[in-house]
Write a protein that binds this ligand. Structure first.
Ligand code: HPA
Ligand code: ZN
Length: 335
């Protein structure tokens, strides 16, 4: 099964680039920028990665991101993740980035976007990995602040496909961002949002009805409401599920109790993703491997999950079909 997963062509649809920041690279960039971080070794950093909830993690995640200063830093961060994609047969990825995490510290929007997008261009050419970018608004900040970010993105519109919503969920419902989502959609961005990770099913309803999202990030708590499940199916909207993130942040107590298979059985369109792989104990293949073992998933289940990852990506239909054919051939030869 492990080999089958490793060679399976797949896409990753829920990945925060700041969450892919491995301790070794963090040290290297911190040294290069002469910034001190409150750890003496990679081991010390890894020890600090114990979380009781989303906020515990976010505090450490923002601290880590604060060593990123130059365009080269953002390039290195992104290219390092894309190399891991290539090594895992991740053929396509849709990368979230949090401009406000950086602009709040005085880093220019263009430094962030140029570093990330240049790495994506080089990876497409050299590694054969395609990518799209999702600009995510931080929900603990105001809608006005999100509007500023939207405006800053205008000169770079051709580099950004979608807008997302992340950070502290509880107390920051999707409805807080109604107007900025409306404006983002008018600008041509596809809307997605984190909902139902720690927030309840009402947050998922709001994301669907008020923000008009086309994909749900996490969405675990949608299972609280049968009418909502039917609505998600009716609208043909996929969920980007992140198993190791869910256990790391105590959203799910044990992988064996993870609702992923139940979601699939209900007819929901599920994908497997790593979320913040440097913090949650595994890249996307490790997520596939551990959830397969925990829930006894079959090759057919894994094929369906990978198929959804291409089907529910925001790629144009021609490129999507190329990847789907590749997957189909792989499955025929290896099932
Ligand atoms: N949830 C909310 N915000 C985030 C996450 C997450 O899983 N990862 C990075 N920012
Ligand atoms: Zn996330």
């Amino acid at each position: 099964m492990k080999k089958f997963i490793e060679n399976l062509p797949k896409a990753e649809l829920h990945l925060h680039i700041e969450g892919s920041f491995e301790p070794a690279l963090m040290f290297k960039i911190a040294n290069r920028n002469k910034i001190s971080i409150p750890y003496n070794s990679v081991e010390e950093i890894e020890k600090a990665y114990k979380f009781n909830c989303l906020q515990d993690f976010l505090d450490i995640y923002y601290q880590g991101a604060s060593v990123l200063i130059t365009e080269q830093d953002f390039f290195d961060l992104t290219y390092s993740y894309l190399q891991k994609c290539a090594a895992q047969n991740v053929r396509h990825t849709e990368i979230m980035f949090d401009p406000q995490t950086h602009t709040e510290r005085g880093i220019a929007f263009e430094t962030v976007i140029n570093g990330i997008s240049k790495a994506c261009e080089v990876a497409k050419e050299k590694l054969g990995v395609t990518s799209l970018l999702i600009m995510s608004y931080l929900r603990h900040l105001s809608e006005e602040d999100a509007f500023k970010t939207l405006e800053q993105s205008f000169p770079f519109k051709d580099k950004i496909t979608a807008v997302g919503l992340d950070s502290s969920e509880k107390g920051n419902p999707p409805s807080k961002f109604k107007n900025v989502y409306e404006a983002s959609i008018k600008e041509g961005y596809i809307p997605v949002a984190h909902a139902g990770e720690e927030g309840n099913s009402d947050y998922v309803w709001e994301a669907l009805d008020i923000l008009k999202i086309k994909r749900i990030d996490h969405g675990n708590n949608a299972l609280q409401d049968e009418t909502l499940i039917e609505e998600i199916k009716k609208r043909d909207i996929a969920l980007t599920v992140c198993p190791l993130s869910n256990t790391a942040l105590q959203v799910v107590t044990d992988l064996k109790k993870h609702p992923l298979k139940k979601m699939m059985n209900l007819g929901l369109k599920i994908t497997i993703n790593s979320d913040d792989p440097a913090y949650f104990g595994g890249q996307v293949n490790q997520n596939y491997i551990e959830i397969q073992e925990a829930l006894n998933l079959t090759k057919k289940d894994l094929y369906e999950l990978a198929k959804n990852s291409f089907q529910y990506s925001f790629l144009d239909s021609k490129t999507k079909q190329i990847y789907l054919n590749e997957l189909e051939n792989y499955y025929k030869l290896n099932s």
